[in-house]
Structure formats: structure tokens, C-alpha cells
Design a protein around this ligand. Structure first.
Ligand code: CA
Length: 402
């Protein structure tokens, strides 16, 4: 057995073990509030009393404790996310909502025209993309930010899921609070601690936050220009390429197997043409050279619209790893620019839940197929493995469960 085979074996073992833990572990029970308050006190004294002064720690302990009602509210939300149905794209891409959002964005782009033009030039990110992300993350600041980010992050450490990740975020949020530029009570966010209107986790706030209006603080709650510039800086830092569209809708025959989609299979637009994959709208790649490398994206396999996407699409996925998210932002940006919605239709398929998908991922893994993370979500690796399995079983190759 080579070292590689051994590593592969170990990986396989780990993947199966994780699945067994996920499937056969006890059902999720609500967390215990009784010991929570005491735990918060001990936790900060044990971990942070050497890094900060006593007054600061005392205040942090006070500000970290959720009231009983909020504690159970957040617990319920987090458990619901785990148990909920998987949202098929036909439900995610609500056309009316998309149109309403694009109209709101167009209005806002007029209100902030000068600032947006400057931000677009400075960071080299299209304003339509910046506005689309702002719209998706917080409905342009209209969405309620339900929790103190500090309280939410401490809650997740208490919950002991992804503890290391949340410990890192806690250290970042303590730095933000310590420099006293943003009032601790103003730092509101999601049930996972994502902060303000662009929903930045604290470590991203420190890395990518921009004080665009020069008032001495990065204000992602009330300063529209700080919000817009911070989103642009995030995308620019992850390598957004200037003058390159995120992608375009294409037509494809079923002869070309759907399991050849995904970011790791890149071809020039000319090469894709030789496989019978053509842009829907021939003008859509006008500013993109035909030698540009693109990947095929089929978010719902053969049951939905198909796209060729550039590296900029994968920059959007740095904001949120879901293909649906990145495609939603891209689609909204197109609408803001006055383009039409994609033409392909989502074929309705049966409702799925995360548990069912997890079972499917497990059975594919057992056959030696790569589904990526066992996460109960249908990413490109899971779609490809579904397609390969269908081919082996001599079924219609759709790359999506039905
Ligand atoms: Ca500012």
C-alpha cells in the first residue's frame, strides 16, 4: 500500500465515521440554559483574563449573556436550519422577488450614483454586483438584524459545534469592541454572528472592512458607503477580474454528460462550442475573448438552466459557498443592468430534505464516488456523482435527484 493509498483509506474511514456519527447520533435536543450564565462567566475568566483588563472582561461577560427567551429563540433557529428541507432552485429563484429587488437596487444606484461610480472605479467591481450582494444579504439594510453578534458567537461556542471557528471569530469581535470605535450594543447580526448589512463575520470585518467616509470607523450598520466599499473590497481581495462577466446562460444537448460540470473542468468558449455548448445570447460574451476559460454550471443538472461561468463566479462563491447564492447574485446583477432573466426553466422535482440527501451522499461514497463534504447539500461534486451513478445503472443521466 502506497502512502497515497493509505491516506485515501484513512480519508474514506473518516468520511464514513463522520456519516455514522451524523446519522446515528442522538437527535438534537435543546441546549440547557440553567448552567449557561455561569458557563459564560467561567469561560471568559478562563480564556481571556490574561489578555484584557478586569473591567473589560466584566463588561464583556455582561454583554455576552443571552436572556432566556433569546437563548431558546436562537437555539430553535439554529436547529431548524439543520432540520429544514433543502430548497430546490425553483423555490429559491422567486421571479417576483428578483424583479422587486432589482427595482429597489436601480433606485438606490441613482441615490448613490456618485459614490457608487467612485467605488466601482477604485475597486474595479461592477456596481450591479455590489448592489446585488447588499440586496441579498440584508434587503439593502431593511432586514432586521435579530441578535447581538457577540452573544450569537458565544452561544455557538457554548453549543460546541465548529468551536474552533467561532473561537477565532470571538477573538476578532473582541478586538473590534476593544478599539471602541463601534458601540458594543450596535454590533447586531444574524444567529451565526454575521454582522451588519453586508453580513461580515468579525474576522472579515477586520480584513476587508473599509472606512470609506473617513469618519474613523468601519460602520457596516449605518454608513451606506462603508457597506458598499467593504463588499467591493472583499471581492477585489479575492481576485475579481476587471471587465469579465460572471458568465452566461448556454444551451447544451444531453449528449454531453452533465457530470462534466464544475470549477475544475475549464475550457475556452471555442472548445465548449465544439462540444455543442453555445451561449444562449451570442452577444453576451461580446467583451469576453473566446479564449477565456469557463466552466459549465448546472445547478439543477438536466432539470434546469445551464451556464458557462468565469473565475468571477467563483469569487462570488467566496462570499457564500452555495452555487445557488452566487447564481442569484449574478442574476440579480444582470437584472440591475437591464438584462433579461435567464430563459431556461427549472423543472419541478420532489421536495428533498437534508437527511435524504445525506443518505444519498453516503450511498454514493460507498460506491467510491466523490461527493465532497457529507453536508446534506447538493453541490457540484454530489451532482456529478449522481450522474456517474445514473450512467452506471443505465438510467437517464440528469445529475440531480428525483
Ligand atoms: Ca466610516
Amino acid at each position: 500500500m502506497t502512502v497515497k493509498d493509505f491516506q485515501k483509506g484513512i480519508r474514506r474511514y473518516l468520511v464514513i465515521s463522520i456519516f455514522i456519527c451524523l446519522t446515528f447520533s442522538k437527535p438534537i435536543i435543546s441546549l440547557d440554559y440553567q448552567h449557561y450564565e455561569k458557563w459564560v462567566e467561567n469561560f471568559f475568566i478562563k480564556n481571556f483574563q490574561n489578555n484584557f483588563n478586569t473591567e473589560f472582561i466584566k463588561n464583556i461577560i455582561k454583554k455576552s449573556k443571552l436572556k432566556k427567551n433569546d437563548f431558546y429563540k436562537i437555539d430553535k433557529i439554529v436547529n431548524k436550519i439543520h432540520d429544514k428541507d433543502f430548497i430546490n432552485p425553483e423555490n429559491y429563484f422567486d421571479v417576483n422577488k428578483l424583479l422587486i429587488r432589482s427595482q429597489k437596487a436601480i433606485k438606490l444606484s441613482e441615490n448613490f450614483e456618485t459614490e457608487l461610480n467612485k467605488i466601482e472605479r477604485k475597486f474595479e467591481i461592477p456596481k450591479s454586483i455590489i448592489l446585488a450582494i447588499w440586496g441579498v444579504e440584508s434587503d439593502f439594510g431593511n432586514a432586521k438584524l435579530p441578535f447581538s453578534s457577540l452573544k450569537a458567537i458565544v452561544f455557538h461556542i457554548y453549543r460546541e459545534k465548529r468551536k474552533n471557528y467561532f473561537m477565532k471569530e470571538l477573538k476578532s469581535i473582541l478586538l473590534i469592541i476593544e478599539n471602541k470605535k463601534i458601540d458594543i450594543d450596535k454590533i447586531l447580526g444574524s444567529s451565526y454572528g454575521a454582522m451588519g448589512q453586508p453580513q461580515f463575520m468579525p474576522s472579515n470585518y477586520l480584513k476587508y472592512g473599509i472606512d470609506y467616509d473617513n469618519d474613523g470607523k468601519v460602520d457596516l450598520w449605518d454608513s451606506e458607503v462603508d457597506i458598499l466599499a467593504s463588499i467591493a473590497n472583499f471581492l477585489s481581495s479575492f481576485g475579481w477580474e476587471k471587465n469579465l462577466k460572471w458568465g452566461t446562460e448556454v444551451t447544451k444537448t444531453e449528449k454531453f454528460p452533465c457530470y462534466l460540470e464544475g470549477p475544475d473542468i475549464k475550457k475556452s468558449i471555442i472548445d465548449w462550442k465544439s462540444y455543442g455548448i453555445m451561449p444562449f445570447d451570442k452577444n453576451s460574451f461580446q467583451i469576453t475573448p473566446y479564449s477565456t476559460k469557463t466552466s459549465l454550471l448546472m445547478p439543477k443538472g438536466e432539470y434546469g438552466p445551464k451556464f458557462l461561468v468565469t473565475k468571477n463566479f467563483y469569487v462570488l462563491k467566496k462570499y457564500n459557498f452555495s452555487d445557488f447564492y452566487a447564481l442569484y447574485v449574478s442574476t440579480l446583477a444582470n437584472l440591475i443592468e437591464g438584462e433579461k432573466l435567464f430563459k431556461g426553466k427549472w423543472v419541478k422535482t420532489p421536495k428533498l430534505n437534508h437527511k435524504k440527501i445525506l443518505e444519498l451522499q453516503h450511498s454514493l461514497t460507498k460506491k467510491g464516488l466523490d461527493v465532497g463534504e457529507l453536508d446534506g447539500l447538493i453541490g457540484f461534486k454530489t451532482r456529478r456523482s449522481i450522474g456517474k451513478n445514473q450512467e452506471e445503472l443505465k438510467q437517464r443521466i440528469t445529475c440531480y435527484p428525483k
